[in-house]
Design a binder for this molecule. Structure first.
Ligand code: G6P
Length: 612
């Protein structure tokens, strides 16, 4: 949610920042801006819309220099217009700030500054930052002291970068709760909201911790302080992401590339995690205290969006395989409902980005109640990974498409593996049972390949559905979550209204929606509720709805009932959510493309939601 970048180096700052902003665009694309220092002169350029608009604006109004900051915005305070676009300056236009997060006490600070005669131009919370710094400097403070004083006044979650014509060889920053990374290569130094934005120029990095602030000198040295202004040391780590991981590699969109990466990712998770001979799952990152895991009486899964759907599947796994009472909570709900918990409850937070503010807030809430938290994250350097007591790496590789696909299947696979891991510790599964499950899991990559080899079937369907106004998705048991995920994907990517329902609930209201204009996706692969799904299909047919089925290979009965049928390779029901979601991912992608939407960057959304 908002991407920020800062650069000092030998290259043209304008072009480096534009490339980085394009890679950060998944974090927001309402407006973009850049500020550059050139021989002590501050130049600011902004444009509404995507980075391409800023690029065009810069062609007409170029900037030069080799120290600068950039921002791509997901609007929180104030609409997406040029005035609200970052960077924001002080009243004298001596300094510029690009900010990610929310200054929660901005209203009070704004009034205080208005009282002192400052004139605000934007509706943003950010604009108080340059004014606070300017005000302190007017009292005679150095920029360093003014920055330190100003951050002591801010409440909320933020990361911001700042340049000033008073100190034109330093990049200033402060971080509290939103991600900010110091990254450097041979001749290039960055501050960035994420790592993929700065590869391959950057080779090593340090994740700036909450409460840290400081500056980077033009020789690249990072000067770091804590909130009390005590100097801090830091250690950089080698960046492992390669440039090819962040490129489309001949696919028209990242989303399609990421859907097609799933066999490879599932294969590598299996290789890393499963030891078939010993019937064991390996979680080298897990907590060492297995006896504590054996004593657990309850697990609460917390997550948001697509990760919440993975959690709904996870509940089935944890209850059926590990025999632990499991609850699923939406992060933003858990945080505020003062849940009743006891010491033998464990919280499992799921987040592909590891930065979702609601999930992070729930983790703080859980820890305040003395609960242990394990996080399943796709970014092991993320804030959630750091704040949890332990984390599990989802191993899906960088996911750039805003709609989560490969991270979702990696989450679901990790949840079944974790359930099985717990079942061994808790003595509720036999070695042979686990072996059988792992042999079935090993078939997944080839089964996904088989589904993907028939992607053209779904592509053709997309032409028929591009004019649809409403879609219904039905699923039962484990695949209720698949129905919810299919509906979410379709609505967020193609802006067609879509709702997912538990098949059994369909007759209690949603059935009223059915007409001959409404496609109904029925997830009807073989499992214990298969017959019940067939009844749902008949109910839709009786009301002339268009029936799309996801059925098991060889199931002629279902295929005959359907107007459109896609066959899934036969698998054990427990694994069906991983396979059944793939055609639904493809459906949402192709319908979005057919409707002329932008599947990688759907309107109003952002991949990393760092505000509550
Ligand atoms: C945003 C993204 C979704 C994601 C959700 C939760 O809404 O667009 O794709 O599922 O955030 O994100 P997380 O990173 O916590 O999984």
């Amino acid at each position: 949610m908002c991407g920020i970048i800062a650069y000092i180096g030998s290259k043209s700052v304008e072009s480096v920042i534009l490339v980085c902003l394009t890679r950060l665009e998944y974090r927001g694309y309402d407006s973009a801006g850049i500020a550059v220092l050139n021989n002590g002169e501050l130049q600011v350029r902004k444009a509404v819309g995507k980075i391409k608009e800023l690029e065009m604006h810069l062609q007409a109004h170029p900037v030069t220099g080799n120290i600068g900051i950039g921002h791509t915005r997901w609007a929180t305070h104030g609409e997406a217009n040029q005035i609200n676009a970052h960077p924001h300056t002080d009243s004298q236009k001596n300094l510029a700030v690009a900010h990610n997060g929310i200054i929660e006490n901005y209203y009070e600070l704004r009034h205080e500054m208005l009282g002192k005669g400052y004139v605000f131009h934007s509706e943003t919370d950010t604009e108080v930052i340059p004014y606070l710094i300017e005000d302190k400097m007017k009292e005679g403070a150095s920029i360093e002291d003014a920055l330190h004083h100003s951050i002591s006044r801010l409440k909320g979650r933020y990361a911001f970068v700042l340049i000033s014509d008073r100190q034109d060889k330093k990049l200033f920053f402060a971080c509290d709760g939103s991600p900010l990374i110091y990254a450097k290569g041979e001749n290039d130094v960055f501050l960035s909201s994420d790592i993929p934005a700065v590869v391959p120029l950057a080779k090593e990095n340090y994740y700036i911790r909450s409460g840290e602030w400081g500056w980077i000198k033009d020789d690249g040295e990072l000067v770091l302080f804590d909130k009390k202004k005590s100097p801090k040391t830091y250690e950089t780590h080698q960046i492992k992401i390669e440039a090819k991981d962040t490129e489309k590699n001949n696919f028209p969109h990242f989303m399609l590339k990421e859907i097609f990466e799933q066999p490879k990712i599932i294969r590598s998770i299996i290789e890393k995690r499963i030891c078939l001979d010993e019937a064991k799952v390996l979680f080298p990152e897990k907590e060492s205290d297995n006896s504590y895991l054996g004593r657990l009486s309850r697990i609460v899964l917390i997550s948001a969006g697509t990760s919440w759907h993975a959690a709904l599947v996870g509940k089935h796994y944890l209850e059926n395989i590990a025999k632990i009472t499991t609850e699923v909570d939406i992060s933003s709900e858990f945080r505020y409902r003062n849940p009743i918990v006891s010491g033998d409850t464990k919280v499992l937070a799921i987040s592909q980005s590891g930065e979702t503010a609601d999930t992070l807030a729930s983790i703080y809430e859980a820890k305040a109640k003395f609960l242990r938290v394990i996080a399943f994250v796709n970014n092991t350097y993320s804030t959630i990974a750091r704040e949890a007591n332990a984390y599990v790496d989802l191993l899906a590789g960088p996911e750039i498409g805003v709609a989560s696909t490969k991270a979702y299947t990696a989450q679901v696979l990790h949840l079944i593996l974790y359930a099985s891991f717990l079942s061994e510790i808790r003595w509720v599964s036999k070695k042979e049972e686990r072996k059988k499950l792992y042999s079935e899991i090993k078939k997944l990559p080839e089964q996904i390949e088989e589904i993907l080899s028939q992607a053209d079937i779904i592509k053709q369907w997309a032409c028929d559905f591009k004019q649809s106004k409403d879609f219904v998705f039905l699923g039962r048991g484990l695949n209720h979550a698949t129905a919810l995920e299919g509906a979410l994907k379709l609505k967020e990517l193609s802006y067609i209204h879509a709702s997912g329902y538990a098949g059994g609930e369909f007759k209690h209201g949603p059935i009223a929606l059915i007409t001959d204009q409404v496609p109904v996706v029925c997830i009807a692969t073989k499992c214990e509720t298969y017959e019940k799904m067939l009844s749902n299909i008949e109910e839709v047919k009786a009301r002339k709805g268009k029936i799309i089925t996801i059925s098991s290979k060889g199931d002629e009965k279902t295929a005959k009932l359907a107007d459109y049928n896609f066959s899934i390779p036969e698998c054990i029901p427990l694994l069906s959510p991983i396979l059944n979601v793939i055609p639904l991912q493809l459906l949402s992608y192709y319908v979005s493309v057919e409707r002329g939407c932008q599947p990688d960057q759907p309107r109003n959304l952002a991949k990393s939601v760092t505000v509550e």
